[in-house]
Design a protein around this ligand. Structure first.
Ligand code: 13P
Length: 250
């Protein structure tokens, strides 16, 4: 049985005061026993501050890790997976489409970052997803299959790896795929994972959906077969919206 994961990607948002307030509000909502996992991925400036808060049920994640296999050294501006772990993170997002596009990260780079995260004892949240042009050209399944083959390390397990399917055209646009399209893609992703990692690992690995998830569409999207949670951008920045999504799973 795969436990659902409701994850917030704050992207480059949050100064100290508002970031800590939001993290506290999420922790407050997540008091007690929940039947699903909650993860917040604040920007690096807040990671240590939030990691130092008293123990909460909420998992903490980074939005990226360095590409180098070295855990320290002359890599100006980079933060290693080991450093992120040291700040209290349990997870790290890698291969988000914004990094693939704006920082030209290839599947090979994403795979290396995922490996670094795993090596440091983090769970890698590996993002994949097609662009609008690729979908219009009927290449979505092919593109995503290739991203899996090339960005998921072969030592990935259901414990150290989560896949996030985020169609690029759905991110921050208010557009979402139909539930049929989501079902088809998530089934295809699980099939590809089985080819790469074996069916047992694939069956247990969580596959999140991301892209314009809101309180109003969360219940429907999260009920689709093979959707094991959500990776939420904009709506993770407001406690009412984030909890509005998470609470559909109560
Ligand atoms: P939105 O929820 O703002 O569409 O962003 C999704 C996303 O990119 C999460 O990583």
């Amino acid at each position: 049985m795969r436990r659902k994961l409701i994850a917030g990607n704050w992207k480059m948002n949050g100064l100290k005061e508002e970031g800590l307030k939001l993290a506290k509000a999420v922790a407050e909502k997540c008091r007690g026993n929940l039947s699903f996992d909650v993860l917040i991925c604040p920007p690096m400036n807040l990671l240590g501050l939030i990691g130092n808060q008293e123990h909460t049920n909420v998992l903490l994640g980074a939005q990226d890790v360095a590409e180098t296999t070295k855990t320290a050294g002359a890599f100006t501006g980079d933060v290693s997976a080991e450093m992120v772990k040291d700040l209290g993170a349990a997870c790290a997002i890698v291969g988000h489409s914004e990094r693939r596009t704006l920082h030209h990260e290839t599947n090979a780079v994403v795979c290396q970052k995922a490996q670094n995260a795993i090596q440091a004892g983090l769970t890698a949240v590996i993002c994949i997803g097609e662009t609008e042009a690729e979908r219009d050209n009927n290449q979505a399944l092919e593109v995503v299959a290739r991203q899996i083959k090339e960005s998921v390390p072969t030592n990935a397990t259901a414990e150290n790896c989560v896949i996030a399917y985020e169609p690029v055209w759905a991110i921050g646009t208010g557009k979402t795929p139909t539930t049929n399209d989501v079902a088809q893609m998530h089934a295809a992703i699980r099939h590809e994972l089985a080819t790469l990692l074996g069916s047992q690992t694939a069956d247990n690995m969580r596959i999140l959906y991301g892209g314009s998830v809101k309180p109003t569409n969360a219940k429907e999207l999260l009920a689709v077969e093979n959707v094991d949670g959500a990776l939420i951008g904009g709506a993770s920045l407001k406690i009412d919206d984030f909890w509005g999504i998470a609470s559909t799973q109560l």
